[in-house]
Design a protein around this ligand. Structure first.
Ligand code: TXA
Ligand code: MG
Length: 318
């Protein structure tokens, strides 16, 4: 089911079925935005509630006219600065965008992914692709083709191979309300990078954002293993000397117990590298039948904020 064959992917998508596709953030589960059959299959395979809208993926900025009715100046600046790339813009939609994609909203989320395989696929299709992350609703997002195959081997026809996702966490989502830019989801592009282009970004508190961006649902991106997020990992370990523990650390390779499995996300303390390794490390730890996973809080700057956001959601109770 994992394959490099772009022509096969085109054939499946033209037949209104779904294909998992690589992007620079995470793998997506893709279908023709105009095919009700394909879009319903995406929701069904992911077990995703219909009130949670999808992101539309296009290959060039000219295509945006087909999707949105307004393209504000600040949105243009962001698109120019970051596309192709890990920024999703939420804009007023054109009437032809199906309600299934937008969950009935008058806005649509859109981005140009920065992955050569998927860009070349999109160029050969006559329609844009809707693609949520290719994981069952609420679980850890996939950053390689094997993660996707492990989730959906029996329910989707094909995963298009594109290697390891370079950025490793989802796109940053920005919308506009009354001409003001608003952050809906932290992600691969930091708040600081966005503010460098358009100035101050309004960050709503999480409760306010929740109904708009269910990627903001409290428990999300979660391993099956009970997971904790702590400031002081050494202190935490003192209480659990007899447990089989998976430890997720930023740059320190200190292991406090012989029964602990250690994942260090960036030996050099590079937040971009850490973000890129985050989900793969969680997938590995989750497969070890551990009693628990404990992650340490990351520095609250740049991509550290996005990593902490994902870890907080991974550690929320059901
Ligand atoms: O990096 C990514 O964004 C990946 C890759 C595959 O592109 N996709 C992804 O999709 O993360 P998904 O469906 O897992 O998350 C999309 C988020 C959801 O939280 C959804 O609520 C939000 O985008 N969203 C979609 N349309 C929206 C809209 N009109 N207004 C506000 N939020 C929206
Ligand atoms: Mg997702």
């Amino acid at each position: 089911m994992i394959s490099n064959d772009i022509s096969k992917a085109i054939e499946i998508l033209n037949n209104e079925d779904v294909v998992a596709i690589p992007t620079e953030t995470v793998y997506g589960l893709a279908g023709n935005i105009y095919s009700e059959k394909a879009i319903r299959k995406i929701f069904q395979v992911k077990q995703r509630p219909l009130f949670n809208p999808l992101i539309v993926h296009i290959h060039s900025i000219e295509k945006i006219e087909e999707i949105v009715s307004e393209f504000p100046e600040k949105a243009k600046l962001l698109a120019t600065a970051f596309w192709p790339g890990s920024l999703t813009l939420v804009l007023k939609k054109k009437p032809n965008i199906p309600d299934l994609i937008t969950a009935g909203k008058n806005t649509v989320a859109v981005r140009i992914p920065n992955h050569p395989v998927t860009l070349s696929l999109l160029k050969k299709l006559s329609f844009p692709l809707a693609a949520p992350s290719a994981n069952p609703f609420g679980s850890i997002s996939p950053t390689n083709s094997t993660h996707v195959a492990n989730y959906f081997r029996n329910t989707i026809p094909m995963v298009l191979e594109g290697g390891q996702c370079e950025n490793g966490i989802e796109s940053t989502i920005v919308g506009f309300e009354n001409n003001e830019a608003i952050l809906y989801r932290l992600g691969s592009i930091s708040i600081e990078e966005i503010e460098n282009v358009i100035g101050k970004l309004k960050v709503k508190n999480k409760k306010e954002i929740a109904p708009n961006a269910p990627g903001m649902l409290a428990r999300h991106y979660a391993p099956k293993t009970k997971t904790f997020l702590v400031k002081d990992i050494e202190e935490f370990m003192k209480n659990y000397t007899h447990k089989k523990i998976g430890m997720l650390r930023f740059s320190s390779n200190i292991n406090f117990s012989r029964s602990a499995h250690l994942e260090v996300l960036s030996k050099n303390g590079d937040l971009k590298e850490a973000a890129s390794n985050l989900y793969a490390a969680l997938h590995r730890l989750d497969q070890l039948n551990l009693d628990m996973i404990v992650a340490e809080l990351f520095p609250d700057i740049g991509l550290g904020k996005s990593i902490n956001d994902r870890l907080e959601r991974a550690t929320k109770n059901k």
